[in-house]
Write a new protein. Structure first.
Length: 232
C-alpha cells in the first residue's frame, strides 16, 4: 500500500479539495445486519440513493479573505439534488475565468475513469470516494507563473480536447476498505456480476452536472453572483 498527498505544497499552492462518496450502496458484504440497516438508511436520506454520489467534504480557497472555507460530511448529508448542485457551483468559485477549462480537464478524467469502471467485472467499490483537487489561486500566483506550467495558447497545442488545464487538476479514487471482487479472500464464487452500476450512476450524474456548469461558465443564469458562502 502506498499513500500520496495529492494536495501537497509541491503540486498546489491553494488546493481546492472535494470528497464525493460514490455509489448507491455504502456497506460492505461483511457488514453486520445493524450496520447494513444504518448505512442503507443513510443512503436513502441523502443523494447517494438517487444520484449515486454524496458530498463528503470540501475545502475551497477564498481569495478575498486569503482563507479556506470548509464543509464536512454532515453538511453533505443534508443536501438534496439541487443543494449538491449549488455546492458544486461554490466549489468551483475559486476557478475564476479559467473554471470552464478546469471543469473540462476534470470531465476528461471522469470519462477515462468511467471507461475503466465499465470494464471491471465483479468489482464493487462500496463506500469509496472520488477526490477532486484543483489549483485555487489566481493566474498571477507562482503556480501559473512557473516555467513548468504552459500558458493557455501553448498548452492548447500540446494538450488538445480541454486538457490545457490538466496540470492544475487531479482526480483520484480513494478509500477501498469495503471494495470487493470475485475471488477476494479466497472465495471462488462470484458475489456480484458485471460492473459497479451504482458507481457508474454517480459518475454519470456528476458528469451531467459538471457539463452543465461548464456550459454556463460555472454559474447558471439564475445563480449569477453566487456569494462565496458554504453555509447550509
Amino acid at each position: 500500500m502506498m499513500l500520496e498527498n495529492v494536495a501537497s505544497a509541491s503540486k498546489f499552492e491553494r488546493p481546492c479539495v472535494l470528497d464525493l462518496k460514490m455509489g448507491t450502496r455504502q456497506h460492505g458484504d461483511d457488514a453486520s445486519a445493524e450496520k447494513r440497516t444504518r448505512q442503507m438508511a443513510k443512503c436513502a436520506a441523502s443523494t447517494s440513493a438517487s444520484l449515486g454520489l454524496r458530498l463528503c467534504g470540501m475545502k475551497v480557497y477564498e481569495a478575498t479573505s486569503d482563507k479556506f472555507v470548509t464543509q464536512d460530511k454532515y453538511f453533505g448529508r443534508r443536501l438534496d439534488a439541487d443543494g449538491l448542485r449549488k455546492a458544486l457551483v461554490q466549489f468551483f468559485a475559486s476557478g475564476g475565468a479559467r473554471r470552464a477549462g478546469i471543469i473540462g480537464a476534470i470531465l476528461e478524467r471522469l470519462r477515462l475513469l468511467r471507461k475503466a469502471i465499465e470494464q471491471q467485472d465483479t468489482f464493487r467499490f462500496y463506500s469509496s470516494s472520488l477526490l477532486i483537487v484543483y489549483e485555487g489561486c489566481d493566474e498571477n500566483c507562482e503556480f501559473f507563473l512557473s516555467p513548468d506550467f504552459l500558458p493557455l495558447d501553448a498548452a492548447s497545442i500540446s494538450k488538445p480536447d480541454n486538457n490545457c488545464w490538466s496540470d492544475c487538476v487531479d482526480v483520484r479514487m480513494i478509500d477501498f476498505a469495503h471494495t470487493t471482487f470475485s475471488g477476494y479472500l479466497g472465495l471462488d464464487e462470484r458475489v456480484h456480476w458485471g460492473p459497479d452500476n451504482g458507481y457508474l450512476l454517480g459518475l454519470e450524474n456528476l458528469t451531467d452536472i459538471l457539463s452543465e456548469l461548464q456550459g454556463y461558465g460555472c454559474c447558471p443564469p439564475h445563480q449569477k453572483n453566487v456569494p462565496m458562502c458554504l453555509s447550509s
